[in-house]
Design a protein around this ligand. Structure first.
Ligand code: UTP
Length: 227
């Protein structure tokens, strides 16, 4: 069984409330594929709301990041419910470190995490977990179906890039500065680590989640492949 790490965007699973239909659809695809998954869930709306409200109490960056981290863990705890219900080999708690997740992945087929420590996002946690588990692929699922030449939300002329190198992604991301509750296509530290480890990154959207199967089979998919 191949080990695959998912960086599951919080804005996909919790854009304002839990997207139950989508969580079930994704879970069914993963269960059917019969692989081992380390699933790192983002904070989405919950993290952004908590960071925004928290700022009214303190602007301390670690405090705001911890609010974000706890939000990611709440979302992760919610997503694993379907796997419990379907009696899958899922570790029923949220792993707090990549070391813990790597150990649990030996026994279980589905292991969940949120964030770990201040200063990065769950994208970095996903790449770190891939490093720890020696997983070759990280699949990033967000509400944008790949990497574009510009932000497609604001620029109608933006086009999707089907394939790019880790070095090109690095050049793209390194211009951005880390901010709590930030919402970038991929975190800066995650990009640096993926480049160092030569981790294959696959960016897909929540509409074409079936692309996960193509990624497992090493086939071309509708998102962006970075390697
Ligand atoms: P996310 O990983 O959700 O970041 O963490 P994001 O870029 O907003 O991505 P999506 O779209 O929701 O998935 C939310 C915030 O939690 C803190 C950071 O402040 C981050 O911006 N965080 C998260 C950490 O400090 N450390 C972590 O390991 C994870």
């Amino acid at each position: 069984m191949e080990k695959i790490i998912l960086s599951l965007g919080g804005s996909v699973v919790n854009p304002g409330e839990l997207n139950i239909g989508l969580i079930k659809k994704l879970s069914k695809i993963l269960i059917k594929s019969k692989q081992k998954y380390g699933i790192v869930v983002g904070g989405g709306w919950l993290a952004r709301k908590m960071v925004l409200e928290g700022k009214k109490l303190s602007t301390n960056q670690d405090y705001l990041d911890d609010l974000g981290i706890n939000s990611t863990r709440v979302n992760a705890q919610a997503v694993l419910g379907y796997f419990i219900e379907k009696k899958q080999k899922v570790y029923p708690k949220i792993c707090l470190t990549v070391e813990e997740a790597e150990k649990k992945l030996k026994k279980y087929n589905f292991v969940f995490m949120g964030g770990t420590a201040p200063g990065h996002t769950t994208d970095y946690v996903a790449v770190k977990l891939a490093e720890k588990c020696k997983a070759k692929k990280v699949v990033n699922i967000s509400n944008v179906d790949g990497i574009y030449t510009a932000d497609p939300k604001y620029d109608k002329t933006a086009t999707k890039i089907p394939e790019m190198s880790l070095n090109d992604l690095y050049k793209m991301m390194i211009k951005e500065k880390f901010k709590p509750g930030q919402n970038l296509i991929f975190d800066q530290k995650a990009t640096v680590l993926a480049k160092r480890n030569k981790t294959e990154l696959h960016f897909i959207g929540s509409i074409n989640m079936g692309d996960i199967i193509k990624i497992i089979k090493g086939k071309k998919h509708g998102g962006t492949t970075v390697k």
